[in-house]
Design a protein around this ligand. Sequence first.
Ligand code: FAD
Length: 349
Amino acid sequence: MWKKPRLWLVGCSYSNIEQLLSGLLPTYEEDVVKMEDVLYDVAVVGGGPAGLACAIYTGRAKLKTVVLDRSPSGGSLARATKISNYPGVKGPIPGAELLQTMRDQALSFGCEYRKTAVVAVDLHSDPKSLYATDGVFRARTVLIATGSRGRADKIEGEEEFLGRGVGYCATCDAAFYQGKVVAVTGCDETAAEEALLVARFARQVYLVCPKSELAIPAHFLHELEKASNVDVVLGASPRRIVGEQFVNGLVVRVRAEGEKTIPVDGVFMLLSGTAPVTDFLGGSVQLSSDGCIIVDCNQATNVPGVYAAGDVTCIHPRQAIIAAAEGVIAALQIDKYIRGAETVKPDYT
Ligand SMILES: Cc1cc2nc3c(=O)[nH]c(=O)nc-3n(C[C@H](O)[C@H](O)[C@H](O)COP(=O)(O)OP(=O)(O)OC[C@H]3O[C@@H](n4cnc5c(N)ncnc54)[C@H](O)[C@@H]3O)c2cc1C
């Protein structure tokens, strides 16, 4: 029997948030995403060094572990072009290559890796539920390792038109834009992927990137070129979202040209920044005044069975090895939590 959970949603423009919260969750479950049958011991949100280090340890400890990762190229390490200071790895190597090795290692210990974004959580239930773009995942414990590539500041109109043309998750909401004109803001693989998804429904899509070039793999560039209804607008910084009852334009500032308005029916905001990524938590774990997840020396949050590691905790300095170390501390505590044990026993073999 489906129990209406206490959940928080982010991203999905969630005008449907009201529907979801007013008891239509079975519709969400049946029509949009599939409820996974599997109960995991550990769900790791984020596939950077913190999340993957945790998964390597929990997988090796034979805990059933799934890594839910928005994008293998979306995190900080994935964007680092040269890494030379990760112990045991003679660099320089691209961060993405180091990550691939970590992912392979986690898979070799039986972990599952799912490329999916978590958009909402119910962390107070038992088991805990994670609402992702391709399914609902249930787990006894959760590690939050989503890094710090979130945007700290919203632009004018973003809050005002949320759910009325502004969204953060095209996978959730693209179908609402059948035959419409939509802007997707961002310069990375996630933005490109979401723009291509929206293009299946929308008449016209503008991929608006403030930088002079997109930071995406070649095959995405090729797909964007092939899509006849996608235009890439480079060097354009989103300034305001305008409209009346619903969005009708995105005001951008273009270098040397000044401000201009792109007439659109919807805007997906996928720009990244340097803030901890916690929006999908909707306040269900305690954050510091800077928006960082507060953890104790065991990486435990204030919610039993929920841990956090890496840049999302604002550990200083932000380094891959430090994020990975936090992930390992969390893994050992998770093992202890699940076994109901008093002590942590590291495996030296
Ligand atoms: C340009 C650059 C260069 C750097 N150079 C170095 C260096 O030389 N040496 C060094 O040690 N460190 C370096 N760092 C820092 C290092 O990369 C970070 O400290 C480290 O990657 C943090 O790891 P993390 O796992 O916490 O987060 P990240 O590596 O940012 O990974 C977070 C993951 O979470 C995923 N995610 C986010 N939101 C969601 C969601 N809602 N659902 C599912 N998944 C989600 C992302 O897709 C990503 O895969 C560099 C950072 C940058 C930006």
